[in-house]
Design a protein around this ligand. Sequence first.
Ligand SMILES: C[S@@+](CC[C@H](N)C(=O)[O-])C[C@H]1O[C@@H](n2cnc3c(N)ncnc32)[C@H](O)[C@@H]1O
Length: 300
Amino acid sequence: MNNLAVNYLLLNEPPCVKTGAFHPLSLCSRDVADLQAYKTPLGVVFNADCLKVLPRIEDASVDTIFADPPFNLDKQYGKKVNDNLSEKAYLVWSKAWLKECMRILKPGGSLFVYNLPKWNILLGAYLAGEGMLFRHWIAVNMKLSLPIQGRLYPSHYSLLYYTKGKPQTFRKIRTPIKVCRHCSKELKDYGGHRDAMNPKGVNLTDVWDDIPPVRHRKFKSEKRTENQLSTKLVNRVVQMSTHEGDIVLDPFGGSGTTFDVCERSNRYWIGIEKESCDAIVERLSTPHICPHEHDDFIEG
Ligand SMILES: C[S@@+](CC[C@H](N)C(=O)[O-])C[C@H]1O[C@@H](n2cnc3c(N)ncnc32)[C@H](O)[C@@H]1O
């Protein structure tokens, strides 16, 4: 194991020994068993359309759902996914899987949806209309997009955070006080209140500008080189909304970032991916894909 992976493990809860008494597969009906692509003692990923698997997961059974769906930008994920729907069809499809997610969440469970602001403003309104409790619109700063003629320069993705009623788990996160990369001097003076500040860091805000893009080879599979989120983002979501032993669902598995985070932090997980699951299997069965380093301090 390399230094980064060791660091990641040290910053997270230590792995615990699983008793084997529970497996999240037991929350799914038997008729999807043959769609399993890979299973670990903590989780299972199905190689199927999420709209086929989600209806087969028990009501009120999952603590947190993290969804990073295709953004309808005509990306090529493979032959089975059409990422170029009409706006109406994309919204109908999104509401169909969101409806299932709301049913599957436990009371007090958390739902995170990562998407373009254009879609999330509509999906957020839908969730609120269905009785979900708005918690935050988290702006995840991204610097990679290109300027668009006649528009502001887009520089954030939206991460919706809703709960099914009063949140069951919300763990406070602190991030380190920012210092200059070159001279290590603190960047802000905190209005003269620096001495009164918590040495463990400042309260996490709803603007996340510390999420790195997944660029370097060591962070990704050769079987999938794009459309992969940083473990730092997903780890923050998982840490904020769950405890060890809780259950996380991700209906759009991609390269398996969520499942990797869950494995390293002792959360049970259920995953779905419509295209090939090879990158997920590689990621979970070999140690050579590194997580991003993170410096969050988690309270409680
Ligand atoms: C933006 S990527 C997710 C990336 C993932 N968060 C990661 O970090 O690797 C969206 C994924 O959803 C998958 N997908 C698209 N439509 C799907 C569907 N109906 N059911 C399940 N997976 C689907 C795509 O193949 C793609 O891998």
